[in-house]
Write a protein that binds this ligand. Structure first.
Ligand code: 48H
Length: 260
């Protein structure tokens, strides 16, 4: 019988991880942020055969969805977005005609599992700290280990190339803010800068999240809460239909733009 060997375990992990990493240094779409909008975008893009990597700073994927509202781990999804819960196989229950609830843990774990099984490569524990811009278009990202960032170590990052980038970093809208600071020219917002998130208004925010899911700089798209923070929409509290629909819209736009 073959014996378990510590060095084989180490070699297996190193070999497999670096194969994954080096297969994804040049891709169709890079997604920054593993919250609901990023995961949904990754699922649809990967399902359409796009080479796609999602970078998440934290160890866990799921962003702000685990905790429902105020740590009560249930989320609300409006009727208009139920078809996405059906697509992923996430169970839900009617609260009234408009509002439906789902278990936050089931929602995050199912979204994650379906996205990865559709072919999405997820690299967790990695943060995006800068972008690559060529002739006024985003062509890549600059990445580093999150523990390097957390410890404040002076370690140079590495770069990857991607035809398109989705900023799905939530309230912080981190990639767009880097581009605002370092990119040449204006953002495609009214003021040319990040407009900033407005205070809570659930109904309006849900509509605007979808409207605001679009290109903000050549090659750079925004999805989820980052879309509202970029274009000046309000926040919505723990209703997640807009996040799911936004991820889907971002993916569909990029699939269409690339000719299917
Ligand atoms: C790598 C990064 C970086 C970086 C951030 O916040 P999220 O859950 O994002 P969305 O937009 O999909 O969902 C928003 C939703 O969770 C929410 O907060 C709602 C509905 N709020 C309403 C309200 O009123 O408060 O996930 C973003 C993810 C997080 O996991 C971050 O760790 C990650 O992005 N991230 N990853 N590199 N530079 N910046």
């Amino acid at each position: 019988m073959t014996k378990i060997h510590e060095v084989a375990i180490t070699k297996a992990i190193i070999g497999r991880y670096f194969r994954k990493l080096s297969d994804h240094l040049d891709m169709d779409v890079a997604i920054v942020g593993g919250g609901p909008s990023g995961l949904v975008a990754g699922y649809f893009l990967s399902s359409a055969g796009k080479k796609c990597t999602l970078y998440e700073r934290k160890l866990s994927i799921g962003g702000g969805m685990w905790g429902g509202g105020m740590l009560f781990n249930e989320i609300v999804v409006q009727k208009d977005a139920l078809r996405l819960l059906d697509e992923f196989g996430i169970r839900y229950e009617a609260y009234d005609d408009i509002h439906f609830t789902a278990d936050a843990i089931e929602a995050v774990s199912t979204l994650t599992s379906r996205a990865v099984q559709a072919g999405l490569t997820v690299l967790n524990g990695i943060c995006v700290e800068d972008v690559v811009i060529r002739e006024g278009t985003i062509t890549g990202l600059v990445i580093n280990w999150s523990p390097v960032e957390m410890a404040g170590l002076h370690v140079d990052p590495l770069a990857i190339h991607s035809k398109r980038v989705i900023d799905a970093t939530g309230h912080a809208v981190e990639v767009v803010r880097i581009v605002e600071k370092k990119g040449s020219g204006r953002l495609l917002t009214l003021s040319g800068k990040v407009e900033g998130e407005k205070s809570l208004w659930a109904e309006r925010a849900e509509d605007l999240t979808l409207e605001n899911t679009r290109e903000v700089y050549p090659g750079l798209y925004v999805a989820g809460m980052a879309a509202n923070a970029t274009f000046g929409g309000p926040r919505m509290g723990p209703i997640f239909g807009g996040m799911l629909l936004s991820g889907e819209k971002a993916a569909r736009m990029l699939i269409e733009e690339s000719g299917g």
